[in-house]
Design a protein around this ligand. Structure first.
Ligand SMILES: *Cc1c(COP(=O)(O)O)cnc(C)c1O
Length: 389
């Protein structure tokens, strides 16, 4: 093909019909930890799987292509991909981190800063004054998570990228909530994209994995070498499963997003709901920026229930299709209560600063029939309300 393939085609056709040994249509998985040398002093393309592996490299290349980057590194988890980005920091360096981010990211950053590995400042990245003041402190690395977990706050990637360029800082964007199907931070000026491939990229809740894609080759080679040294690279079998999940990324997230839009409308209208956080809603504060920098609003949303503790319990136990569990981005619908689950370890003070209340609930909308999901939520909300009365 002379023209470059569209991302949708790349996600489906990666590795297909390229096997030279047997003509296998689906690429095989290479589990071997080590590879023969062709001759004394003459290594082949792969020597040892911690450093490089055909299956994992295929996933890395596909993700780099989907994100419009130069080099991809596949890691054992989203956390290790974030930690790899943090490895560029030295003790005197400053990291600008978002004040509301994935709970695990918050704890990792906090823990490393407490051990003196770098300095950190958590800022509300939608507060222009706070952001300007933070950039005046000359950060070395800026981490953006947009839309943020769990409040779906949208950060203007291009605006932060231009501030980062001027300050000579690197910008890393956690793109887990949208996947490359709906947002490409590198095209908006970011230096690194971070993924928990556990979520939409694998999409079937049977792998924990991560990836980091760089815009620059030298950055990528340095980080790839570090990932190999620290041994955080992902397993080939996980890469194989993730490649399989990735083939259906676009149709999955598009269908999930359609249901999420309908669910957001239901929640806005329901008396048991106080507030809905979904950038797809026209009056959501992130709607304008999301419309310009995203290709869709995704399938994650949060809401504050108008229910006390007892009503909330009744609501959650009445749900039949939404399962109470952490994680997101799978084919099945999930519900989480951030204050007692994903964001418990953040502590009450940091949760209050981030605006994560005890009544906040987060939904990951799956691939079930839209009307079934709507019926499930509205019946359970009614049950929750009835309990309050
Ligand atoms: C899940 C998640 C992570 C961590 O990824 P793991 O694969 O669980 O290590 C990081 N960032 C976001 C936004 C996430 O949702």
């Amino acid at each position: 093909m002379s023209k470059t393939k569209s991302p949708r085609t790349v996600s489906v056709s990666q590795g297909i019909a390229q096997d030279t040994a047997f003509g296998a249509v689906t690429p095989p998985v290479y589990l071997s930890s080590t590879y023969t040398f062709e001759d004394f002093g003459r290594a082949r393309q792969h020597e040892y799987s911690r450093t490089s592996n055909p299956t994992r490299d295929q996933l890395a290349e596909t993700l780099a292509s989907l994100e419009g980057g130069v080099l991809g590194i596949v890691t054992a988890s989203g956390m290790s991909a974030l930690d790899l980005a943090l490895s560029i920091l030295q003790p005197h360096d400053l990291l600008l981190a978002p004040h509301d981010c994935y709970g695990g990211s918050y704890r990792l950053i906090q823990g490393r800063a407490e051990r003196g590995h770098f300095r950190t400042l958590f800022v509300d990245q939608n507060n222009r004054t706070a952001l300007r003041e933070a950039f005046a402190l000359r950060p070395r690395l800026v981490l953006v998570e947009t839309p943020s977990n769990p409040l779906m706050r949208v950060v203007d990637i291009a605006a932060v990228a231009s501030m980062a360029k001027k300050a000579d800082a690197k910008l890393a964007v956690d793109n887990t909530f949208l996947s490359p199907a709906l947002q490409n931070p590198l095209r908006l000026g970011a230096d690194f994209v971070i993924h928990s491939t556990t979520k939409y990229l694998n999409g079937h809740s049977d792998v924990v994995g991560g990836a980091l894609v760089t815009a620059d080759r030298a950055d990528g080679e340095e980080l790839a070498a570090w990932a190999s040294l620290t041994g955080i690279t992902g397993s080939p079998f996980d890469a194989y499963l993730t490649l399989r999940g990735l083939r259906t990324l676009f149709p999955r997230i598009e269908a999930q997003q359609r249901s999420a839009t309908a669910i957001a409308d239901l929640l806005v209208a329901h008396p048991a709901v106080q507030k809905v956080f979904y950038p797809g809603l026209a009056r959501d504060p992130g709607h304008a920026i999301a419309s310009s920098q995203q290709k869709g609003f995704g399938a994650m949303l949060s809401f504050e229930a108008n229910l006390g503790e007892a009503g909330r319990r009744t609501f959650i136990s009445s749900l039949k299709l939404f399962t109470l569990a952490e994680s997101l981005g799978g084919v099945e619908s999930l519900i989480a209560h951030p204050a007692t689950m994903t964001h418990l370890g953040m502590g009450p003070a940091a949760r209050a600063t981030a605006g994560i209340s005890d009544s906040l609930l987060r939904l990951s909308v799956g691939l079930e029939e839209t009307q079934d999901l709507i019926d499930d939520l509205s019946e359970a909300l009614d049950a929750g309300l009835a309990h309050e009365r």
